[in-house]
Design a protein around this ligand. Structure first.
Ligand code: G4P
Length: 532
């Protein structure tokens, strides 16, 4: 195996999907703890100032106690390098989440044992399904009274139409929760209730008939045997191909807060989860073992450090051996970009990325020249596909509290639009700016960010606009005729794209009928591929 093949084979790039409160943050913290990336539990979600670490970069996240931005954490465990991409659980930030899921090879779905599949779990799962992302399930909070394990497995199977197979089996629940039997490695792991940070290696058993089980579990041993026998009778055996194709999910049980079941989950990911796979592009699939470097930008985050006006573009490497200092072609502009300070998101702190391979996520500090969907290559004009953009469903007018600051506002909005945080429209007539978002909470976040990062207090005002549509045609003269005739209702987006701001559904329908040769697109696709 050459270097690239060996490096790619040991990479696991995954995201955790969960409904808010299921325990994603807690699990993330414990995964990092096992990965040796953080020393003390509590670092990811500490209170007060200490909270501003790792995944919580932005002020608004701290104040609202929600995780808004996607962040990346890289750590090693058991011969594998894991790239964990955090995703916001709040529904208003799903755009970011969707894009993140284009950059992973698998996902962990965390469920609360008392709640099972919840609304946001289902939505996120649907995105994974569209992309055939393989999913490992972690049923969390087994230390609380929850629902019966069989009931939970049945719900996953029925409501997500996904085959389930237990990877571990819990012994009791709530106060009676003792631990789990790891079905993949025939190991009994009991929870140390006295010290939840100490996790024993567990007892290796020679199958369920081993008398060790009786010695260690007493009466519960037979219940465990019966339940496992029943579960194995009801569920199909683990099938690696079905899992990798996204049709089957192995299910682990545990309690993240008690550190329990987390190591088994990590070991499961190391063993089962797929290493980085090919990525689709307009011309051909790009294979991870190709010698030439390529990658795409799936996220831009501005002003991560309030002291520096830096902007970080997150790039997923798709092929080749990336080295610090190399030059890559920015396909959209045709320019060469020198990779002199790429950032690797080691969980402890940001470190310089010296080398990276397919599946790795590196940060490229820049001044706004990199956009979501952009490809960087060693020369080939690749366009990666499948990075979705979304129709802005809510439109509001935004204005600075101080009317003299309108120009500053324009600059801030331009940057936020390039980052992908919102769609921004400047009507051809009048001095207003409109902002389009997918979820209402995004307005609050934008107002907070503009105030904090640009020192520019702003307010949003309801508008009577119904929706925005990108007006498209290959006939430039036709576009110009439309823009002139409908001057009162057209705007430019941040890249100068022509946009119709429709007053209501009839308005849109009428114009579509009057201008049959124009396309009124709900999304301005960043990669030539329609939104999922
Ligand atoms: P999220 O990121 O998915 O939103 O969930 P998070 O980890 O913040 O967990 C949500 C709540 O559930 C937290 O309690 C957390 O302590 C608790 N929790 C997580 N894992 C377990 C578990 O295995 N067992 C039990 N019993 N609880 C768990 P909180 O009171 O909302 O927050 P905090 O004050 O503990 O931070």
């Amino acid at each position: 195996m050459n270097d690239i093949a060996a490096e790619v084979a040991r990479r696991r790039t995954f995201a955790i999907i969960a409904h808010p409160d299921a325990g994603k943050t807690t699990l993330t913290e414990k995964l990092l703890l096992f990965g040796g990336a953080i020393q003390l539990a509590g670092a990811v979600k500490a209170k007060g100032d200490a909270r501003r670490v790792h995944s919580d970069w932005m002020k608004v996240e701290r104040e609202r106690g929600i995780s808004v931005a996607t962040s990346v954490m890289t750590f090693d465990y058991s011969d594998c390098t894991f790239n964990l991409l955090d995703t916001p659980g709040h529904q208003d930030f799903s755009e970011d989440t969707y894009r993140t899921l284009t950059a992973v090879d698998s996902a962990v779905m965390v469920l609360d044992a008392a709640r099972g599949i919840q609304e946001q779990t289902r939505k996120l799962f649907e995105v994974c399904r569209l992309r055939d992302v393989p999913i490992v399930t972690f049923i969390n909070k087994m230390d609380r009274e929850g629902r019966e394990s069989f009931d939970l497995l049945d719900e996953i199977e029925q409501s997500l139409a996904l085959d389930v197979t237990p990877a571990s089996w819990p012994i009791g629940m709530g106060r009676r929760f003792q631990g789990c039997y790891d079905l993949f490695s025939d190991r009994l792991v009991l929870m140390d209730k006295a010290d939840k940070n100490v996790i024993s290696e567990g007892e290796v058993c020679s199958g369920l008939d081993d008398s060790k089980l009786d010695a260690l579990l007493g009466n519960s041993a037979d219940t465990l045997r019966e339940e496992i026998e029943m579960a194995q009778g009801l569920c199909p055996p683990f099938d690696a191909q079905a899992y990798r194709e996204g049709h089957m999910t192995p299910v682990y049980f545990g309690s993240a807060i008690n550190n329990f079941g987390v190591r088994e989950l990590l070991a499961g990911l190391a063993r089962l989860a797929p290493p980085p796979g090919p990525r689709p592009s307009l011309t051909r699939p790009v294979q991870p073992l190709e010698s030439k470097v390529s990658g795409f930008i799936f996220k831009i985050q501005a002003n991560m450090d309030p002291k520096h006006r830096d902007r970080m573009a997150f790039m997923r490497i798709c092929s080749g051996h990336f080295r610090k200092g190399m030059k890559l072609k920015h396909v959209r502009s045709g320019k060469q970009i020198n990779m002199h300070n790429p950032v690797l998101f080691l969980a402890q702190d940001r470190g310089t990325a010296e080398d990276a391979y397919a599946g790795d996520i590196i940060g490229l500090p820049n001044h706004g020249n990199l956009h979501i969907g952009d490809a960087l290559t060693e020369g080939e004009a690749l366009t990666f596909t499948g990075i979705p953009s979304f129709a802005p469903e809510l439109l509001q007018r935004v204005a600075p509290d101080d009317p003299m600051k309108a120009k500053h506002l324009g600059r801030a909005l331009q940057q936020l639009a390039e980052e992908g945080a919102a769609s921004v429209f400047k009507p051809r007539l009048g001095a207003n700016w409109y902002v389009g978002v997918v979820g209402a909470l995004q307005f609050d976040v934008l107002a907070d960010r503009i105030a904090a990062e640009y020192e520019l207090p702003v307010h949003f005002e309801a508008s009577s606009l119904y929706t925005a549509r990108w007006v498209q045609s290959d006939d430039e003269a036709l576009l110009k005729r439309f823009a002139d005739k409908e001057r009162a209702v057209v705007a430019d987006d941040h890249e100068g794209g022509l946009v119709l701001l429709a007053r209501n559904a009839w308005h849109l329908d009428d114009l579509a009928r009057d201008w049959p040769d124009l396309r009124f697109a709900a999304t301005k696709d960043q990669t030539g591929d329609q939104a999922a």
